[in-house]
Design a binder for this molecule. Structure first.
Ligand code: ATP
Ligand code: MG
Length: 581
């Protein structure tokens, strides 16, 4: 169990208006004030302090954008500090993944990569200092007794029988704890503060525990490990951090943070300020829970595109700019809310719209034969790559007598306003020609397996020669030249907007969406044969997709759906601005 506080999920979904912040947020206001008052000599130095016990998620992106952002804006610095005080859960593989993800987001800590474990010796000496000052003692209560003695919110705690142990004895025992003389759990080191304090964190908090567990950086050097509270503020002070920004669940820890800073001869005086953590609908964010999804094989690893990890978003095709824009738009506040995931998807669409080349892919192919088109003829048709970007140029598309269209674009019994394919209906094949459906061929089971059509040879580029109105425009691929591809359609990993309910107690596993992944065998235009893993395209009428690294394994290109085209967020915003609210 980690000694850091856990955040409980909020319960209210933010409306778009609340999600937008006007002017600088309260942290930027506070920093501007500190600079104006000449605090810290006008310096701004922040840090991002991940615990290397999992991959970074979208909530961490908020903290990264904030910490690196305010430093950058004020000509300051932001350190990367691994908060590695819990050897049992930490792994160097996580350290590497975290660094990769921060760089991918577009931030850089230069040579300022630090680890709380770098400070173990200094922390140890400061612990001795507190003992000598009569402000810390070695305690022999068990974990359970310690909890019991601490009391409750209503009731004061009781002093440990070791509270008045002499300085000499505590110093001796602490030295022997450090030397590895005692078994795990035999003793702890505690600060001597106030067992009746209203803030439970101040009731003689634990500073050190005995753990004969090797650490990924310090090996077997230390059989004792500091608790988060005894490490964090002092690490900030050692690094000259001016503004220690963290999430609201650390509010109660602030008093203790300050107590250590005030009672230890630290080289600087950092200040902690808390902001609300990001919660997103249809998403769980706790690394503990994400780890469970990985370990139980619910997802294909930490970078499964359904995971809210930065590695997952990257694999799904998200652009780092989109995530930064999202963090910018949600802003920073003390208000605990749940942000609508549609805002994130909206930011991604905006980023992709400008840059992703438009291509054609038929996800559920149905053969369409153009009976009056010459057999064996292949035409090269010119198609623009991105109407949003004239500089993106054009490409050639093969067109022939047999093409694939989308199965869902044909209806035998079409409703009145159906502008797609149906017997007797004329449609436009994008960039190519107008075709009219004459007949649907069915197999023995009655399923439509082929459409028989004729085309208008005069309708080059899809324009009607006589100006007649053809409303439907469909995407297609030439049957012979199209290539096979695997397409992975992702939906939310959870079917409930607040997985596990509004509190931390619920079982999020019960809310898993059984349809979060649909894998299709598709036909895509031949230009995609050489698409590089990681590159992004728009499949016309379907959405944005990214090329997955699994292509080599599967034996054909694999595309992950980044985000569908439908943008309910944009509609909401339009409605709001039209309504004048
Ligand atoms: P989790 O509870 O998801 O495991 P954590 O807080 O234990 O996350 P850390 O690695 O300790 O994870 O977090 C590093 C920094 O990121 C901390 O300063 C923390 O406050 C911040 N952070 C973590 N989750 C969020 C979130 N959802 N929104 C904003 N900041 C977050
Ligand atoms: Mg945690």
């Amino acid at each position: 169990m980690s000694d850091r506080p856990h955040a409980a999920a909020g319960s209210k979904a933010e409306t778009p208006a609340e999600a937008r912040t006007e002017g600088p947020d309260f942290i930027r206001v506070l920093i501007a004030k500190d600079i104006a008052e000449g605090k810290n000599g006008g310096r701004v130095h922040t840090r991002f302090p991940p615990e290397p016990n999992g991959f970074l998620h979208i909530g961490h992106a908020k903290a990264i954008c904030l910490n690196f952002g305010v430093a950058e804006e004020n000509g300051g610095k932001c350190n990367l500090r691994f908060d590695d005080t819990n050897p049992a859960k930490e792994d160097p593989a996580y350290v590497d993944a975290i660094k990769k993800d921060i760089r991918w987001l577009g931030f850089d800590w230069d040579d300022r990569e630090f680890h709380a474990s770098d400070y173990y010796q200094q922390l140890y000496e400061w612990a001795q200092h507190l003992i000598r000052e009569g402000k810390a003692y070695v305690c022999s209560l068990t974990e359970e007794q310690t909890r019991e003695y601490r009391g409750t919110v209503q009731e004061a705690g009781r002093p440990s029988p070791d509270r008045d142990r002499s300085v000499e004895e505590s110093l001796d025992l602490f030295t022997r704890m450090r030397a590895g003389e005692f078994a795990d759990g035999k003793y702890t080191l505690r600060a001597k503060i106030d067992m009746a304090a209203a803030n439970m964190k101040m009731r003689d908090p634990l500073m050190y525990r005995i753990r004969h567990t090797p650490h990924h950086r310090t090996g077997e050097d230390w059989p004792i490990y500091p608790f988060y509270d005894f490490a964090h503020g002092q690490s900030d002070a050692i690094e000259g951090i001016t503004h220690s920004l963290c999430t609201l669940e650390f509010s109660d820890n602030r008093e203790l943070y300050n107590w250590y800073i005030d009672n230890i001869p630290v080289p600087s005086q950092p200040k902690q300020t808390e902001f609300a953590r990001l919660n997103l609908t249809y998403t769980i964010m706790s690394k503990r829970k994400l780890l469970r999804l990985v370990e139980e094989g619910v997802v294909d690893g930490w970078d499964d595109p359904r995971m809210p990890t930065l590695a997952g978003y990257r694999r799904k095709g998200y652009a780092p700019e989109a995530i930064r824009e999202f963090c910018n738009r949600i802003g920073v506040a003390k208000y605990k809310g749940v942000v609508d995931i549609q805002l994130l998807e909206h930011c991604m669409r905006e980023a992709a719209n400008a840059t992703a080349p438009r291509v054609m892919a038929v996800l559920k192919p149905l053969r369409l034969v153009i009976e009056n088109y010459p057999e064996g003829q292949v035409e090269e048709i010119e198609a623009e790559n991105n109407p949003e970007d004239p500089g993106a140029g054009v490409r050639k598309l093969p067109f022939s007598r047999e093409v694939y269209v989308e199965r869902d674009d044909f209806r035998e019994d079409a409703p009145r306003k159906w502008f797609r394919l149906a017997p007797g209906k004329e449609v436009r094949l994008k960039h190519a020609y107008l075709v009219t459906c004459n007949e649907a061929i069915k197999d023995a089971s009655g399923e439509v397996v082929e459409l028989r059509c004729t085309y208008d040879p005069e309708s080059t580029g899809g324009a009607a020669p006589d100006g007649r109105k053809v409303r439907g425009t469909l995407h297609w691929v030439s049957a012979e030249q199209a290539i096979d591809a695997e397409v992975r359609l992702y939906d939310h990993l959870f079917k409930d907007p607040l997985p596990g309910g509004t509190t931390d107690g619920g079982d999020f596993m019960e809310d898993l969406n059984p349809d979060s992944l649909e894998v299709l065998r598709c036909k895509v235009e031949p230009s995609l044969a050489t698409a590089e893993p990681g590159s992004r395209v728009q499949f016309l009428r379907h959405g944005y997709f990214a090329v997955d690294r699994d292509g080599a394994k599967v034996g054909m290109p694999v595309f992950n759906r980044t985000v569908p085209l439908r943008d309910s967020w944009a509609k909401l915003e339009q409605k709001l601005s039209a309504g004048g609210s």
